[in-house]
Design a binder for this molecule. Structure first.
Ligand code: ZN
Ligand code: ZN
Length: 243
């Protein structure tokens, strides 16, 4: 919140943290878990910000818990929707994917999710399809001091929003909620962990210093650095055992 004309707020919507970025325009990051649109409306009420002030809904990715209220929020706000091209079909079909588990608990969650988690998601048109590896929100005219970075790994179309001041809105590229993992760190569900690691290394090189995950509370980037070291040590050990 360092920029004189910029601030951001967290709005919990079910199990998903949405974030509201307020600068030259107002951007909502993510659209909440299914069935929780009232949480979003209460959050906006508490902030005293009118729903129609939101110009853009920017989705970190297309899983159900991030697009659950997308069509309702789009109707309430009249905002345009932006999303990476690789995840667009999930929002537009209303049939999002479920990533595989990459830990024992993650695999259990994935198995349970496939059987028990079948929320109805309203299909929703995506107005702006993200195809670039990085885009400046200032350069695009949104008046927000940050960039949208394509960070595949949790899903193919995952993006993070990295502020010039080092805060990163990471979607599910990091997790810190009790039902996912007991400590902050890397995702327990991901399509490709080696891509998750590469995405984090790029974000760190670009100046990420504090992480705001979509699930749970924020934490310093040192946690991710340590988790990368642990993952790489394990991965190298595995490679050495299986030359
Ligand atoms: Zn996800
Ligand atoms: Zn999620």
């Amino acid at each position: 919140m360092q920029h004189p004309s910029f601030e951001f707020h967290r709005i919990p919507v079910g199990i998903n943290n949405c974030f509201l970025l307020r600068g030259g325009t107002t951007i909502l990051i993510d659209a909440g878990a299914p069935g929780h649109v009232k949480d979003f409306m209460h959050g906006m009420d508490r902030l005293g910000i009118s729903l129609r002030e939101i110009d853009l809904i920017l989705l970190t990715h297309g899983h159900a818990d991030h697009i659950g209220c997308l069509r309702q929020i789009q109707h309430l706000t009249g905002a345009r929707i932006a999303m990476h091209e690789a995840d667009c079909h999930w929002a537009e079909s209303g049939s999002p994917g479920l990533p595989p588990g990459v830990t024992l608990w993650g695999r259990l969650l994935h198995g349970l999710g496939r059987v028990l988690y079948r929320p109805y998601i309203h299909p929703c048109e995506v107005h702006y399809v993200i195809t670039t590896a990085r885009s400046s929100l200032m350069g695009l005219g949104y008046g927000i001091p940050g960039q949208v970075i394509h960070t595949p790994g949790h899903s193919a179309g995952s993006v993070c929003i990295l502020l010039d001041s080092g805060e990163v809105f990471a979607g599910d590229l990091a997790m810190n909620a009790w039902f996912l993992r007991s400590t902050p760190g890397l995702p327990v569900l991901a399509e490709d962990m080696s891509l998750v690691i590469q995405s984090w290394k790029r974000l760190i090189r670009m100046g990420a210093r504090h992480v705001y995950p979509a699930h749970g509370t924020d934490f310093p980037i040192a946690v991710i650095r340590r988790e990368i070291d642990i993952w790489e040590a394990k991965h190298m050990a595995f490679q050495n055992k299986n030359p």
